[in-house]
Ligand binder design. Sequence first.
Ligand code: PMP
Length: 350
Amino acid sequence: MKWEENVRRVVPYVPGEQPDKPNMIKLNTNECPYPPAPGVQAALAAMQSADMRLYPDPGAEVLIQGLADYYGVKKEQVFVGVGSDDVLSMAYLTFFNGDKPILFPDITYSFYDVWADLYRIPYETCALDGDFHIRPEDYRRPNGGVIFPNPNAPTGVYEPLALVEEILQANRDVVVIVDEAYIDFGGESALPLIKKYDNLLVVQTFSKSRAMAGMRIGFAMGNEKLIRYLSDVKFSFNSYTMNRPTLALGIEALKDRAYFEEITGRIVSTRERVKGELKELGFTFPDSMANFIFASHSRIPARQIFQALKERDIYVRYWDKPRISNSLRITVGTDAEMDSLLAFLREYIN
Ligand code: PMP
């Protein structure tokens, strides 16, 4: 058909499946196994549907001010979006607009190349080393921008801020995006570096550590000028990205720092315990600083374990891709969920 010549064709990103089975154990999309802060429930109960006839605040003022206060930056340094996917997508559209290829690791969040293709941005990948670490020297060549997650996904590998800064030092003339979706599980945020580098955009999300994947809240922090450019593109795309319930509930989640620390602490301690038990079962994995573990077994292929788990309604994530086709990404759930997983694996492997 003639009209197909004008179609913007893309190969879409494939998110992890969202099955809905009564007794499933869902460890496949890095969600938080605990509910959001109690204040979120209270605010939800107090919500009036009558308010929904009105558009939400296009400036998302309450949430932006709340984030600015929480992180000790100015509100002009904060941008919010519909999950960090939306924030990252807008950042690609805004900042990756040159002829040179943008750079990101070969093994990383599989949305990065999809946005590049969608927006017709040339890109090159830089191979992680044998232990899945970034080689900073790879980011010393001419490029149109840099993006990487820290900790990385799906490996969980965290790079110290010295490495992040080394990449920033070598890339003063392009925008560098550090995707910190998993930073709250033990890593140190690059946020303080935004004072020193006006080309650094730090992106985070409420989806993992704040237990609100279903509300879709992501945010970016950076130099005021960077945020202004990002907002200009966003307001040229969709004024009302953040709906009323999202704004009201997001701010409630932010208010409860103690609860946030409690649930992230619990996930970290479960993760450390599970690392030990997986090792005993013959699994190896790069040391994870995220809410998941990227594990391979010494004898049994990952694909086979993935299938066996699925038959028991235990969902983990598997990719049939170069370098990672023998690994399973296992989200850290509650202690009870991890115990069920480990009990099954113990039986299956022995
Ligand atoms: N970045 C990375 C590295 C991720 O793994 C994810 C989760 N799929 C995201 C960003 C997007 O998360 P969200 O849109 O829920 O904030």
